[in-house]
Design a protein around this ligand. Structure first.
Ligand code: TTP
Ligand code: MG
Length: 367
């Protein structure tokens, strides 16, 4: 087959490098070059971001901060400053939108960009990355490809400050020996099943008989797995953004059994959530709570109201009612509150990436 035409480079995926840490380094330049970790402070804190210097010691996202300290005692540990991260995120996306019309934001620090109609996508992306660096002091990695899947995997391939342009066929060749779990949407369980079938590489899944995959995973997932392993993915960049939900949650330093204490924590979170909704001129109809018990049982409860709200009293009242109805049977480790079914005065926002992490607005931000 002839090589693919350059017009097949239609989508870019942009992802900031060690996002929270980069922002912190902007205001603490003396820490550049040192291992830096952004994590909470309590006994149950986890790492949100590790600088690439810290990653060399094995420190990574979602690891307990205590373990990160053992692995890299010389690292500088910083507490997260979410308002600052949200602000830089908004500025970063504004810079992106100056250059590209159709942008699908899929997280605080990542977005898919529709390159159709750009005269020179590569040049445009180079310029974008240097503008973000100049204006915000953060580096980004870029992947460019014929679809979102190739773009996403390409942006991850040479982090930090990566710039990887691949056709679909080049992606198949370059990642053929990689494990299926490299592909967003092929999770650890599916990857383990594939491996057990002798399909431990992307190339082997791509070349497998469809019948074999369909027998094991059913017709929809089976075919979808193969399409993904072949880097075929039809999802288009969607700027028809839609906020789904916003939430706040908190893991307690020690488990809480006392009902009054739980209610107080819920009130405080609901108040902050409503403040944030108000600042974005958004309201939602569905109020929910999330409770994680000391044995890690996690329960969510929700109720949909007749009309959207961001009224703290109403949201708090519903959340408290849901908590009372559930009546946690064991000490509570984590408590959260959510408002979903959002719509805003600005009324368009992003859906989550079909395979990726939730959209920024769906992230449950710790308080
Ligand atoms: P990522 O883009 O996944 O990670 P990163 O930007 O820190 O590092 P890189 O892209 O260079 O690999 O996530 C963006 C931000 O989201 C990250 O800085 C912190 C936050 N985050 C969490 O809070 N918890 C997590 O488990 C992950 C993965 C990210
Ligand atoms: Mg990132």
């Amino acid at each position: 087959m002839a090589s693919e035409p350059p017009t097949s480079l239609r989508v870019a995926h942009l992802d900031a490098d060690a996002f929270y840490v980069s922002i912190e380094l902007g205001r603490r330049p003396e820490l550049r070059g040192r291992p830096v970790v952004v994590s909470g402070t309590g006994p149950r804190a986890v790492v949100t971001t590790a600088s690439y210097e810290a990653r060399r010691f094995g420190v990574g996202s979602a690891m307990p901060a205590a373990r990160a300290r053992r692995l890299c005692p010389q690292a500088v540990f910083l507490a997260p400053d979410f308002p600052a991260y949200r602000e830089v995120s908004a500025r970063m996306m504004a810079i992106v939108r100056r250059q590209v019309e159709r942008v699908e934001v899929v997280g605080l620090d990542e977005a898919y960009l529709d390159l159709d109609g750009l005269f020179s996508p590569r040049t445009a992306m180079r310029r974008l990355v240097s503008e973000i660096a100049a204006e915000l002091g953060i580096t980004c990695s870029v992947g460019i490809g014929p679809n979102k899947l190739v773009a996403k995997v390409a942006s991850d391939a040479e982090k930090p400050a990566g710039f990887v342009v691949l056709t679909r066929r080049q992606a198949c060749e370059r990642f053929g020996a990689a494990r299926p779990g490299l592909i967003p949407g092929i999770g650890p369980k599916t990857a383990a099943k594939l491996e057990a079938m002798g399909l431990g590489t992307l190339a082997s899944v791509a070349a497998a008989e469809e019948r074999v995959l369909v027998e094991r995973f059913g017709p929809n997932l089976g075919r979808d797995l193969q399409r993904r392993a072949r880097f075929e993915y039809g999802g288009s960049v969607s700027s028809a953004r839609k906020v789904v939900s916003e939430s706040r949650e908190r893991t307690f330093d020690t488990d809480i059994s006392d009902g009054a204490e739980l209610r107080e924590a819920l009130r405080a979170m609901a108040a902050r959530l409503c403040e944030s909704l108000a600042s974005h001129a958004r309201s939602g109809r569905t109020i929910g709570i999330k409770v994680r018990l000391d044995d890690w049982t996690t329960v969510t409860r929700a109720r949909t109201l007749p009309a959207p709200t961001r009224d703290p009293e109403l949201v708090t009242g519903e959340a408290l009612r849901l908590l009372a109805e559930y009546a946690p049977p064991r000490p509570v480790r984590l408590l959260g509150v959510r408002v979903a079914g959002l719509h805003g005065d600005e009324d368009e926002k992003q859906p989550g990436d079909p395979q990726g992490r939730p959209a920024a607005d769906q992230l449950a931000l710790p308080v």
